[in-house]
Write a protein that binds this ligand. Structure first.
Ligand SMILES: Cc1cc2nc3c(=O)[nH]c(=O)nc-3n(C[C@H](O)[C@H](O)[C@H](O)COP(=O)(O)O)c2cc1C
Length: 194
């Protein structure tokens, strides 16, 4: 039997994604790093992020009712970490990171050109969960670098995202080898148990 150790009631999962979430606060774009987030629905496409109430970016999300989720590539890991350490209340992070900002159909959800994948989102729900607000947004448009497509579909090996590994060593890590085909490898068991 595998020996399990209890970690208590804790928000640890692995891996965690790394997003740069953007919003205009006043007239300035601001971005924070978010690891607590993920896809929340397909029809309509929805995303969720957990943001601590005191974050400066949250002000902008509440003010404008919009936000962006930008997926950084490994080329901007330093800027991504910086956006998770410095607050827009004190620093102009977009300028300090030399981010080129663009806007899409929502007009006021700032997106980062240097991130290969960008989602424009409308705030749909804000749920107070104690330390954090759970923000649920509808994904209104998805932008991707043309160079990150293969046969017209997003190619993760070209997007080069990275994950956040909390736990003992607190690292950002790139994806490893492809190990099996999804919605396919499990057929071995389906066929065996027929
Ligand atoms: C890897 C990493 C992941 C983070 N994930 C979150 C998160 O999911 N939610 C959150 O509220 N803050 C998270 N933070 C902390 C914020 O990004 C950080 O406090 C940031 O400075 C807030 O910026 P702002 O005040 O300009 O909004 C994370 C930081 C790092 C480095």
């Amino acid at each position: 039997m595998i020996k399990k150790v209890k970690l208590g009631s804790s928000p640890f999962i692995c891996p965690m994604p790394v997003f740069l979430v953007g919003a205009n606060v006043g007239d300035k774009p601001n971005f924070l790093t978010v690891a607590w987030g993920g896809i929340a629905g397909e029809r309509p496409p929805m995303i969720s992020i957990a943001i601590r109430h005191k974050r400066y970016t949250l002000k902008g999300i509440k003010q404008t009712g919009t936000f962006s989720v930008n997926i950084p590539s490994k080329d901007i890991v330093v800027e991504t970490d910086y956006c998770g350490m410095a607050s827009g209340a004190q620093f102009d992070k977009a300028i300090n990171c030399h981010f080129d900002i663009f806007y899409g159909k929502l007009l006021n959800a700032p997106m980062i050109e240097q991130c290969p994948l960008n989602l424009e989102c409308k705030l749909v729900h804000l749920i107070d969960l104690g330390s954090h607000a759970l923000i649920i947004g509808s994904i209104e448009e998805t932008h991707i670098n043309q160079t990150c497509l293969t046969n017209g579909k997003p190619d993760v090996t070209k997007i080069k995202p990275f994950i956040y590994s909390a736990g003992y060593n607190n690292r950002y890590q790139v994806f490893g080898d492809s190990i099996a085909k999804a919605f396919s490898a499990g057929s071995t068991i389906i066929n065996r148990e027929k």
